[in-house]
Design a protein around this ligand. Sequence first.
Ligand code: PMP
Length: 364
Amino acid sequence: SQERVFNFAAGPATLPENVLLKAQSDLVNWRASGMSIMEMSHRGKEFLSVIQKAESDLRALLRVPDDYEVLFLQGGATTQFAAIPLNLCTSQDSVDYMVTGAWGDKAFKEAQKFCKPNLVWSGKANKYTTIPSFDEFEQDPDAKYLHICANETIHGVEFKNYPVPKGKDKVLVADMSSNFCSKPVDVSKFGVIYAGAQKNVGPSGVTIVIIRKDLIGNAQAITPVMLDFKIHADNKSLYNTPPCFAIYMCGLVFEDLLEQGGLESVEKKNLKKASLLYGTIDGSGGFYKCPVEKSVRSLMNVPFTLEKSDLEAEFIKEAAKEGMVQLKGHRSVGGVRASIYNAMPLAGVEKLVAFMKDFQAKHA
Ligand code: PMP
């Protein structure tokens, strides 16, 4: 509709307009139940049908193998930074962390409270603009898992393939908060995938965990019930009151992604949007610059700077006047960041690149 802007926020982020309209039409009286989703018991048959459909649609989208559990949890991805070590290792165990940006670093630091994490690789010295080839760093063969952040939301660095954990029974664990459901993923390569919903698949308030079943059930004794994957798996994510409305919204998004033809077709659209934007940056003769090494540039979060950095504030302000909002880079790195998640239409990116060319012409 006319008043909606193109919202380039990193999260909470833009949602598909058709999903919002569907939620609006369901809001006061969901499917003739006489209630909204927010008002009904999480144990009633109505909500059970919602959470079960959300799970089965997500399983279809990601082709989640049967030996994996899908959990809908609370506390954001940040809570998983603690839950992962608490569930997967003892306090004396060693675990490996590759740190390719600010979020991986937070996960690594949180793990220090619960086990013995090794920093097997850090991109900090290069300001988090690269990912090494996987034989460039050594893993601890005794480590219980190797943790990566599949897409660094602030730095715009994305894994295009995945390291193989080296060690007996060692698994790969990935924070996929900012590229979840943006492309097909072979779930069987991972022990655990986790993601906060509020970038690609819903509102904030729900965190999705996909975990191989045999990894469940060995939580450290100090693990709070709310962080114990076994409690949530045994209770089908209904141990306590779940974030019902957020789960319902994710369900609508999953339906929408399936209707678009699934993640293969979603990835194609995302590639097209990203190449248009990166092409404009790289073709600007240095007026715009993306610091990230080309081979690992994120399809979701595109950070860039202006050669004349004093123009950045004006760039962001002028863009907002034209209905393109939330383009300011993260406060820790500055510059500009355009987040172009699944729900950002191609028209939004086309409008942004037209504006960029225009702005350059005015200020070159
Ligand atoms: N990991 C990544 C990659 C993120 O982008 C974010 C949030 N921006 C988080 C973790 C933290 O998520 P939450 O705010 O849901 O705890």
